[in-house]
Ligand binder design. Structure first.
Ligand SMILES: [Fe+2]
Ligand SMILES: [Fe+2]
Length: 147
């Protein structure tokens, strides 16, 4: 099993497990891109990543309402989720066509996805995990899904 690098851990078991699963999918997609796999294979990988990411993002966004996270920070965090989902949707559409897919810079696309995930976890998700460790505003209970 792929280990989650120390610098991507947010210190919450569920979040870290979900991030590890996302990292595995990003790495597999990146490896297939760099290996020049057929567009249909890449598209299938991207659709799976989009679905798993959507479920993870929905869980985080529900948790945001229960923790002491400023509204502007929560909005920026959600916007970064939407940014990735929008780019993945464009990517999936691009890989519907073998000729257009052949024009994609595979190494750059793989690097973008890996960078996006790492930067998002180290910034938005870590900030959310830190906020969840503070007492909740309404219930007084720490959140169960911090990042
Ligand atoms: Fe997030
Ligand atoms: Fe996350």
């Amino acid at each position: 099993m792929t280990a989650l690098p120390e610098n991507l851990c947010v210190g919450h078991a569920v979040a870290d497990d979900e991030h590890r699963a996302l990292l595995v999918l990003v790495e597999r997609l990146g490896a297939d891109l760099k290996a020049g796999k057929p567009a249909a294979v890449i598209q299938e990988r991207a659709i799976l990543l989009h679905g798993v990411a959507a479920a993870h993002f929905a869980g985080e966004e529900q948790a945001m309402a229960r923790i002491d996270l400023p509204a502007a920070d929560a909005a920026a965090h959600c916007a970064d989720h939407r940014r990735l989902q929008g780019l993945l949707e464009q990517f999936i559409a691009l890989f519907d066509d073998e000729r257009r897919a052949a024009g994609v810079d595979s190494a750059e696309a793989a690097r973008f996805l890996e960078d996006w995930l790492a930067i998002h976890i180290r910034t938005y998700d870590r900030e959310m995990a830190e906020a969840s460790a503070r007492p909740a505003r309404r219930s007084g209970q720490p959140s169960s899904s911090p990042g």
